[in-house]
Structures are given as C-alpha cells and as structure tokens.
Design a protein around this ligand. Sequence first.
Ligand code: URA
Length: 250
Amino acid sequence: MRLDRILANSGCGSRSEIRKMIRSGQVSLDQRLITDPGYLVNDPESAKLMIRNQPVEIRQYLHMMLNKPAGLITAMRDKKDNSIAELLPAMFLEKKVSPVGRLDRDATGLLILTNDGTLSHRLASPRWSVGKIYDVTVKGDPFSDKDIQLFAEGMQLPDGYTCKPARLEVIDKTRALLEIHEGKFHQVKRMMLKTGREVTKLHRVSLGPLALDPDLKPGDYRHLSQQETRALYQAVSLTEMISKKNTDQF
Ligand code: URA
C-alpha cells in the first residue's frame, strides 16, 4: 500500500499534509527516510513507521467524517438514487466502509463512516445512548419553555413509541439544537411534528464526542485523527485495535 495512504488511514493528517511531511523528510520507514509519498510499503502491518522520530500507530480500520450535503441518500450502493457513495473513493466500498446510522436525503451534516462493524453497531444502538445533536429549523409556533419540558420528559410518538428524554436548546423562535440518544426512522421530524411543527432544515452537528469539522465543506470528507478515533471508541467502551507489531517494536 502507498505510504501516504497508510498514514492517512491511520489518522496522521489530511492527504496533502501527509504528502508535505513525507516530501520534507519527516517520515521514516524501517529507519530509512522516505521522501516519496507514493512509496509502496509491502507489509504495512509490520512496518516500523515514524513521523519526526515518533512511532506511528498503524490503524486496522478506516474511520471518516463526511459533511453530507442535501439531495443524497445515506447508502453505499443504490441502483436508483444518488447516494453518498459518489462522494467517496471506490476504495472505501472495497474496504466495506459504511455510514453509522442514516441522515435523510434532505438532511445535512455529520456522518461518520467506518469499516469496524462493532464500533458502528454500538454507535448506532440506543443501548449505548450516544448523543446526536441536530440543528433544526422548523415552520410553526415559536419554541417555548413548554417545549423544552416536553422533549425532556420523553414524548410519545403517534405509533406508540416513547422517545428517550431529549434536550432542546432554543436558538430563536423557529430554530433549536436538539440532542437525542437514539436514531429511530425520521425521529427528529416526527418529534417536531408531535409538537405541531414541520422541520424545514435538519443539520447534524455532532455525534458522541465528535463535532462536524467546520472546515469541511458540504460533500467533503476526511479521515478521523488519532484523538478523534480514540474518543469515539471510548464513547462506546471499546478499545481501538492498533497494529500491535508496530507499536511493540518501540
Ligand atoms: N431525524 C430525522 O428525522 N432525520 C434524520 O435524517 C435524522 C434524524
């Protein structure tokens, strides 16, 4: 695998930052300086990689954040509809990277993608109660303190489902941040509808410990940094598997 790709997969920076680091002689492989970002590493699992003399933890899995634009469905394969797959390199499909939970076609914002099935399952499962914050704009009556209470109490939806308590933070009359700890189908829209309001804009700003990177334009994605990856695993009581061979050598 290419050296720049291994480092990007391991959360060492953006592809362009990594290329710069390699070209400027900050990266060594098996104690040899490598200045070609495209250098092919035969056995990444056992390679001794260092950046500025610090060992690199080579990641086993891929984890990304995407700023989902409106108009695309959250799926990696869809014959009929345009999906987020068209924003991502084909390599992600080959590596079985898939989104954690879903955002509706018209919804925007933070989507986490990973090929660690256990991590994905726990992040999406209500059992792990990972908070998701949405910036919601609605059509309808101005928000009031009564609404804050209604969401906090755990409202019952028309299909009989009782939502977990949610936190509503009013920004202005028709805009609020809503934090929920589950991800039922159209949940935010259905909760707002229950209060007599129609969602006109829905943007996810965070998932667990991760906030959407403000530098990511709609449609852009980036690999998670090592700190972000660690925080995500910790949020669901997991420890990230790192190539042991690589770290044990130091
Ligand atoms: N709730 C919704 O209604 N839609 C989304 O896309 C996410 C949460």
